[in-house]
Design a protein around this ligand. Structure first.
Ligand code: BTN
Length: 242
């Protein structure tokens, strides 16, 4: 796939949007970002020796399946880390966590191109060789280097992520369901079997059981099973970040 490598950009997701008119799938990577974007309008610290990459991929999937793509990607990144003998977990829906700290975030955006085709932008920020984080996020954010004591080749890791994400994305497009990934995803799901705080229109504690076919988190409260949609509510663990 065509890869565009930039030294500096505001956000690889934003840059990918400027390529929508070309009607071609591609991957945008940058050494640093000056205005990295996180989920829920937050900023993503993007100045270190880390991976910032965004896929721009044509999609014919239904809207209901789009949120599952981020789960597929979180699973893919965690799989790649496993190839490097790094054990990681997933905090629903798509944060990659090591030793209770977040090392990777994924931001997906759906865009309509001029030709009326839909494209998905999948932005992956993986903290690789970062050796320090701002005080405010030190307790919840980390890098592969800080958690394993080893430095990693960004280029090779990026190639591995590209291969794994595309392989799984294509399989998901073909099968149009999450079945092939569910077991692997749930194996890594740190929330499973734990109490979580559901934060939405109302706030309550519940027990996380797993996910359903749409990628909703299933929680149990007062004997009732409730599917939680990641677009509407967020979930916090009761102990630490996860
Ligand atoms: C999150 O909040 O967890 C999502 C973070 C996503 C960060 C990545 S870095 C590459 C891409 N470009 C952006 O501006 N954001 C995503």
């Amino acid at each position: 796939m065509r890869r565009i490598h930039l030294k500096e950009v505001d956000s690889t997701n934003e840059y990918a949007k400027t390529l929508l008119h070309a009607g071609e799938d591609c991957l945008v990577v940058s050494d640093i970002q000056t205005k990295g974007k996180g989920r829920r309008g937050r900023a993503w610290v993007s100045d270190g020796e880390n991976i910032y990459m965004s896929f721009l991929l044509h999609t014919e999937m239904e809207i209901s399946q789009i949120s599952l793509i981020t789960l597929v990607c979180a699973y893919s990144v965690s799989k790649v880390l496993e190839m490097y003998h790094i054990e990681s977990g997933i905090k629903w829906p798509n944060d990659i966590v090591i030793h209770k700290k977040k090392v990777c975030g994924i931001l997906t955006e759906l865009c309509k191109a001029a030709n009326d085709r839909y494209y998905i932008i999948i932005g992956i920020g993986l903290n690789v060789n970062e050796d320090r984080f701002p005080k405010e996020i030190q307790d919840i954010a980390s890098s592969l280097y800080l958690e394993t004591g080893r430095l990693y080749g960004k280029q090779k890791m990026m190639d591995d992520i590209e291969r794994e994400v595309l392989k799984n994305y294509r399989l998901f497009q073909k099968e149009k369901k999450f079945d092939s990934f569910k077991a692997g995803y749930e194996e890594r799901l740190l929330n499973k079997g734990k109490k979580v705080k559901v934060i939405g229109l109302e706030e309550y504690e519940a027990l996380a059981l797993g996910i359903d076919a749409y990628g909703n988190l299933l929680v149990e409260k007062d004997g009732k099973i409730i599917p939680i949609n990641s677009g509407e509510v967020s979930v916090r663990g009761l102990y630490g970040y996860t």
